[in-house]
Design a protein around this ligand. Structure first.
Ligand code: ADP
Ligand code: MG
Length: 322
């Protein structure tokens, strides 16, 4: 049986990324890291627990990817440049096949974003994965949640609801012919909008990453900013699969409340509309206007017929306690 130390050495000590700002990485009591002069350090941490955030038996490669991706999405939502990560793993057993696949999923995504794994902790117990990420942002440039003002425009990157539809399919609540494999990738291996977040940082007044669904996450921005907003549901960017699903069921909860999209939602002063559209035009994923910030608190959803979506949308409950 390999010791905990052997496993760390085998799977996590050799980072495929070696950054000049890492004076000392994995292997000592602490890592020693150099924050570039004149930049702020952006720090975020997230935990995934078996049975709560993923099902028992989930594919370790996808878990490694997702555990880092959800953290990089938080850096993206601040407009920060990712640099370092630490990883705390609690494992029921030293399963080498599991560790090899997990490390591959994690380190492959880390390499894509130039992130070096600089330390962590490994313990025995029920499976849980905690990742902390560290990034840089120029002072005053970070995209905070509290900067939205009445009259600002609301934009989102990419498309909303694909991960939610994949989850419904997984639960046997939706059967879409031929569309599920594409949707599954959105649920299992999200790509954080890091470059988009950094480009938006010069222009947007506030931002959040869409992890709990647009309605709730825009609600967090509104609350922190002391404002409200109206969303125009006919403008939500959706894939053909989600468009057909909503048309067939009238269930807006998939693009509005399902979560796990890891797109960015930003607010932008109306005077900077031309600038934001120019920035968005350079994104492969697209950037779409979906609503307006208002003085009245709360998030209102305007249906295509001009009426307000009342209460919780039908099907909203699919995604509660999940
Ligand atoms: P300590 O007892 O001082 O906490 P550990 O035995 O926990 O040391 O860790 C030894 C080294 O291995 C440290 O540099 C630590 O950061 C690193 N490490 C431990 N677990 C992980 C992991 N899952 N991923 C990356 N580095 C790890
Ligand atoms: Mg330790």
């Amino acid at each position: 049986m390999p010791s905990e130390f052997d496993l760390i050495a085998r799977y996590f000590a050799r980072s495929p990324v070696t950054r000049p700002d890492v004076a000392l990485g994995v292997g000592d009591d602490c890592a020693l890291l150099e924050v570039p002069p004149g930049r702020q350090l952006a720090v975020s941490i997230d935990t995934l627990v078996e049975g709560t955030h993923f099902a028992k038996g989930a594919e370790p490669r996808l878990l490694g990817h997702k555990a880092l991706a959800v953290n990089l999405s938080d850096l993206a939502a601040m407009g920060a440049e990712p640099a370092w990560a630490t990883l705390a793993l609690t494992l029921p057993a030293a399963d080498e096949d599991w560790l090899a696949a997990f490390a591959d999923g994690f380190l492959t995504l880390a390499a894509q974003f130039g992130v070096q794994l600089v330390g962590g902790d490994t313990t025995r117990g029920p499976l849980a994965i905690t990742v902390q990420v560290h990034g840089f942002v120029a002072p005053g440039r970070a995209l905070r949640r509290d900067g939205a003002r009445p009259g600002d425009l609301v934009y989102v990157t990419g498309t909303l609801g694909d991960a939610g539809l994949a989850l419904l399919a997984q639960q046997g609540l939706f059967v879409g012919l031929g569309v599920v494999p594409n949707l599954r990738a959105r649920l299992d291996s999200p790509i954080p909008r890091v470059a988009e977040g950094r480009a938006l940082a010069g222009v947007a007044s506030a931002a959040i990453d869409v992890s709990d669904g647009l309605a709730a996450d825009l609600g967090h921005v509104a609350e922190r900013s002391g404002v409200g907003a109206t969303l125009h549901l006919d403008c939500l960017p959706v894939s053909p699969a989600v468009r057909d699903y909503v048309a067939g069921t009238g269930d807006w909860s998939v693009p509005l409340a399902a979560g796990d999209d890891y797109e960015l939602c930003v607010t932008v002063p109306a005077a900077r509309q031309a600038e934001i559209e120019a920035v968005g035009a350079a994104f492969g994923c697209g950037l779409t206007w979906v609503g307006t910030v208002e003085r009245a608190p709360g998030v209102r959803c305007l249906l295509p017929d001009g009426s307000l979506l009342s209460g919780a949308p039908a099907g909203w409950d699919h995604f509660r306690d999940g």
